[in-house]
Design a protein around this ligand. Structure first.
Ligand code: PLP
Length: 400
């Protein structure tokens, strides 16, 4: 009789992955399913990057590499930080793993003891909370409402700090809300953290390049140089260069944290894929035009989907500043007596309805700590976005 370890109690496969699988299963029998549930660009990996990967295979660069990234890739990452963020890191301050996800896991595994707390502004990426729990820590979830742009205020941060706080986990632009922390906001948060010298900051910058109106991108280590020694930046090539499947993410941090992360990686996955590392060097060092081109495409799609969502009765959606998700407020719709009579009382039920009756897959907000909302990824073509909106609108009208 197989039973799961206690470590896994209450932790399942990510809801986003589960819904993606359900949508794919439905698509086997219904060809018209539109999936707006995935968190990845729909663009292909750029050709120069693909060719670098092919070149790596043909030149037999297919063996184990240095544990947490080759010296060449670390050098390219250091150039990126200097060029784009004005940050100087040494070689022993960089770690490369199989995606930003693994890098985050390494950080938490390497630093958390039972009872250690991680402050997580919510709504947030579902994975953070499960990872913190797997690593033996406790998440201090701080709800941030639409009225404050889904951002953690300095007062909320001050109130959430305890002697057991180990990390503040920031994600800007945010998945799922698209909220962005500007330089002044980060400086105000840093001011609070100066009163708590034991607390570090994990800055998940993975959506750095999917940023629309609130330029330029700001990250705490660059805004507040005195904080840099206690900030860990997490970033990667997945979202910026449409390389989600290649699995390359990286961190920049003080050497002792990088060394501890290497221990976790050495006893789990070992080096990230050798071929992907060479492709990532090309992504970081090669032509960068693609970033602005794709961002402009995402901006157009954002405007399209948000405008469309706001024409659906009782649905409200703010214009997100970054990432590629619309986080639509369905609470007005869910409060309608017609829905209550049909027993459709929460975002999960609404998601099931949209998937099975309209063949549109979205992710319920409860997964991110935002019940009553739906997350719709607009990393999809205009045609798909329009068709999804039409079906959702018709679906809602049928319910009323
Ligand atoms: N951080 C956030 C906020 C994300 O949304 C994601 C992916 O969805 C990741 C990190 C992980 O990215 P990667 O593909 O590099 O593991």
């Amino acid at each position: 009789e197989f039973s799961r370890s206690a470590k896994l109690s209450g932790i399942g496969v990510s809801e986003i992955i589960r819904i993606g699988a359900e949508a794919r299963k439905l698509a086997e029998t219904h060809r018209d399913v539109i999936s707006l549930s995935a968190g990845e660009p729909d663009f292909p990996t750029p050709d120069n990057v693909k060719l670098a990967g092919i070149g790596a295979i043909l030149t037999n660069q297919t063996r184990y590499t240095a544990l947490d990234g080759t010296a060449e890739l670390k050098a390219a990452i250091r150039r990126k930080f200097r060029r784009e963020n004005g940050l100087d890191y040494a070689g022993d301050e960089i770690s490369v793993g199989a995606g930003a996800k693994q890098v985050l896991f390494n950080i938490l595994m390497a630093t958390l003891n039972p009872g250690d707390e991680v402050i997580v502004p919510s709504p947030c990426w579902t994975t953070y909370l499960d990872m913190i729990r797997l690593a033996g820590g406790t998440a201090t979830v701080v709800p941030c409402s639409a009225e404050t742009g889904f951002r953690l205020s300095p007062e909320q941060l001050a109130a959430a700090l305890t002697p057991r706080t180990r990390w503040l986990l920031l994600n800007s632009p945010s998945n799922p809300t698209g909220a962005v922390y500007g330089a002044a906001h980060l400086a105000a948060l840093a001011e609070v953290l100066r009163t708590a010298p034991r607390v570090g900051v994990v800055s998940d910058d993975i959506y750095e390049h999917v940023l629309y109106d609130s330029a330029p991108f700001a990250t705490m280590a660059a805004i507040c140089p005195d904080m840099k020694p206690r900030v860990v930046i997490v970033n990667g090539v997945s979202k910026a260069y449409s390389m989600t499947g290649w699995r390359v993410g990286y961190a920049a941090a003080a050497p002792d944290i990088i060394a501890a992360m290497a221990v976790v990686q050495s006893q789990s996955s070992s080096n990230p894929c050798s071929i992907s590392q060479i492709a990532a060097i090309e992504a970081l060092d090669g032509p960068q035009d693609i970033i602005a081109e794709r961002r402009d495409a995402f901006r157009r799609r954002r405007d399209r989907i948000v405008a469309g969502l706001n024409t659906i009765p009782h649905v409200h959606c703010l214009l997100p500043d970054g990432a590629f998700y619309a986080f639509a407020d369905m609470r007005g719709l869910l409060a309608r007596p017609e829905l209550k009579r049909k027993d459709m009382t929460d975002d999960a039920a609404l998601c099931r309805y949209f998937l099975h009756e309209c063949h549109v897959a979205a992710v319920p907000g409860f997964c991110f700590g935002g019940p009553g909302y739906l997350r719709l990824s607009y990393a999809a073509s205009d045609k798909m976005i329009d068709e999804a909106l039409e079906r959702m609108k018709a679906g809602v009208e049928r319910l009323l």
